[in-house]
Design a binder for this molecule. Structure first.
Ligand SMILES: Cc1ncc(COP(=O)(O)O)c(C=O)c1O
Length: 409
């Protein structure tokens, strides 16, 4: 519910935006309002707050809007939302209970039975399961496309259907395949559809989808935005009216994060660039080490893309840095990968990504069992693939750990 707009660089804004000390007893940092409900001073005020909460901001104007109930909104959401909007160069942002909560809220808000959504593959397993399963059961037509698809390929996929949304995850989990957001935007323009980009993997430090024509940029904020593997949240950034509609959905279906989650996320955004820069520097060194290793057959890392390779031109145009997600194929298969994973000491064996600590996982066996093996093969996920989320630790320690674990393969 913050009206504050950014005026400075995101690194500056993410330290203070969305919090006015004078409104909180002079507290330098936002206090946590761990309450489910708020007391109205008068019945008249309660009536006004309800009218404002359910009216559009155009109707409410500059009036002082009050808090009612923490499922609707709470003071701890505003700092994170304002700071994230600054990072994404968006008019506004809304935060949610989880990345899937954000994605579901977007799909429920902007799609109706009979609408067509095209979605990129690979995409996070939870997202593709939702697209193919529940969303289809509600009558939405969902069609996947591969990252190499041209605008003509996409137009052909649309056929006579009513294209309402192009959903793009780029870089894609777990192989780092890229899709050109500008191509998605051109297609969407032809059909008056929306482009939604899952920007989880690079974070707004390295990619700003709205600048390339996306309407909405969303995140599993559980990852880099939260950055410490101690919260579960999601976020969507975009135009003011779209975010307003999303807030209404959030009220209705209850995908609102708790006050303490909002607070933690606002706090974490203060160090976003510091963390992501260190993680990226470490990942660059690790990717180079893995590429030279005799037990590794292939490394998927944006920083290793060469001219002429798929994705190189998109990377140059669209990304500001290569990020800290690395996936690689160990020579062999599941037994070799398990031997490697079980031998790691510093790098922890866990799913999720984007935290200060390095994590490794085996996407073939550690993803929703609803994704068929054939689908995994078709997107480059094989039994020999390892995914690494590189943390902020000392990089030579990390290389030593990886080298030692590879020697046990
Ligand atoms: C790219 C991507 N998008 C969305 C999600 C879902 O986010 P969450 O787990 O916060 O619901 C994930 C989770 O791993 C992800 O990797």
């Amino acid at each position: 519910m913050s009206d504050e707009k950014s005026r400075y660089q995101p690194d500056t804004e993410s330290v203070t935006l969305g919090h006015e000390a004078a409104n909180h007893l002079g507290s330098l940092k936002p206090p946590i309002y761990e309450t489910s409900t708020f007391v109205f001073e008068t019945a008249e005020e309660g009536k006004r707050f309800f009218q404002q909460a359910y009216a559009s901001s155009a109707v409410v104007g500059d009036e002082d809007v009050g808090y009612i109930y923490s499922r609707l909104d709470s003071p701890n959401l505003a700092p994170a939302e304002a700071r994230l909007a600054a990072w994404e160069e968006a008019e506004d942002a809304a935060i949610f209970t989880s990345g899937m909560g954000a994605i579901t809220s977007v799909l429920l808000t902007f799609l109706r039975p009979g609408d067509l959504v095209l979605y990129s593959m690979p995409t996070y397993g939870g997202t593709s399961t939702l697209m193919k399963g529940l969303l289809s059961e509600f009558g939405v037509i969902t069609r996947p496309f591969r990252s190499g698809a041209s605008i003509e390929d996409l137009d052909e996929l649309v056929g006579d259907e009513d294209l309402t949304m192009v959903y793009v995850e780029t870089p894609a989990n777990p192989t780092n395949e890229l899709f050109d957001i500008a191509t998605a935007a051109e297609l969407a323009d032809r059909h008056e559809a929306r482009v939604v980009v899952d920007n989880t993997f690079l974070s707004p430090v390295w990619q700003k989808p709205l600048v390339h024509g996306a309407d909405l940029s969303l995140h599993s904020a559980t990852k880099y935005l939260g950055g410490h593997s101690d919260l579960t949240a999601g976020a969507v950034c975009g135009g003011g009216l779209d975010i307003e509609r999303l807030r209404q959905t959030r009220y209705e279906i209850g995908t609102t994060p708790s006050p303490s989650t909002g607070w933690l996320l606002g706090r974490s955004l203060e160090t976003l660039r510091l963390r992501v820069t260190q993680q990226t520097n470490n990942a660059t060194r690790i990717a180079a080490f893995l590429q030279e290793h005799e037990k590794v057959s292939k490394v998927n890392y944006l920083g290793l893309l060469e001219p002429g390779e798929a994705g190189f031109e998109i990377y140059k145009r669209q990304c500001l840095g290569p990020g800290a997600m690395v996936s690689f194929h160990i020579i062999g298969g599941e037994p070799e990968c398990f031997a490697f994973l079980d031998a790691l000491e510093i790098v922890r064996l866990a799913t999720s990504l984007g935290g200060t600590e390095s994590l490794a996982c085996h996407p073939w066996t550690m993803s929703p069992p609803t994704v068929p093996d054939a689908d995994k093969h078709s997107i480059g996920v094989t039994p020999a693939l390892i995914r690494l989320s590189v943390g902020i630790e000392d990089v030579s320690d990390l290389v030593t750990d990886l080298d030692r674990a590879l020697s046990r393969v």
